[in-house]
Design a protein around this ligand. Structure first.
Ligand code: CU
Length: 214
């Protein structure tokens, strides 16, 4: 039993820093990491508070925690789609690279998906593959021919050159910088140990330092 729980913890840790989170349109429910490999991130019922989404000139944005990934969007106009059979491809899969927040255009009016029209309820399902599994998140929307996306919703790319993209991708870059701290800290420890050994007089303290590390 103890082994099983340790294995479970290790499994959780290995995927903790890898997956994606839909930013816009608002996902069906809060991101559930362990359910993301399943239909709609485990949320099988359409949300009641739908996002008004433009028929033309829309976009979706996500935070990627994988360096290389493919992404596409499938769409359903069923009231409460419950299986992948209810969905049709709206944005073909494409590959891109980079971690952080990314934004892509989606023009539903020209997607060719049946039933797309002004006032229709639809569900967008983002399909993402960063190499560990196919991952899914859904957003329930009401399509509008007159609506535009509020300017308060950011559409930036983490690998873009604009300064605005750097600030909006803060969550992605802070994760990257915090992980880069540990290697340098380890290097500093190694340097301290090397100095102690060179002095020759502090062998016991080196042994104690190793014991502390273990
Ligand atoms: Cu992942």
């Amino acid at each position: 039993m103890r082994f099983a729980s340790i294995a479970f913890l290790l499994g959780s840790l290995s995927v903790a820093s890898a997956h994606f989170q839909l930013q816009f349109p608002t996902p069906r429910g809060v991101f559930v990491e362990d359910d993301e490999p399943t239909f709609c991130d485990g949320y099988t019922t359409a949300a009641t508070n739908r996002t008004t989404f433009p028929l033309t000139g829309g976009f979706f944005s996500l935070n990627s925690e994988h360096p290389t990934w493919t992404v596409g969007v499938i769409v359903s106009t069923a009231q409460n789609p419950s299986s992948f059979n209810n969905f049709s491809q709206a944005v073909p899969f494409f590959e891109t690279t980079g971690e952080g927040v990314f934004c892509f255009p989606i023009d539903l009016a020209t997607s060719g998906v049946n039933g797309i029209a002004d006032g229709v309820n639809a569900t967008l399902q983002i399909v993402f593959d960063g190499g560990d599994d196919k991952l899914y998140q859904c957003a329930d929307v009401t399509l509008s021919s007159t609506a535009t996306i509020s300017s308060s919703v950011s559409c930036t790319n983490a690998t873009g050159t604009g300064s605005s993209s750097a600030s909006s991708s803060a969550s992605g870059t802070s994760t990257a910088s915090s992980t880069s701290v540990s290697p340098s800290a380890t290097g500093a420890n190694n340097g301290a140990l090397a100095n102690s050994v060179a002095s020759g007089a502090a062998l016991l303290s080196v042994v104690a330092a190793f014991a502390a590390m273990l």
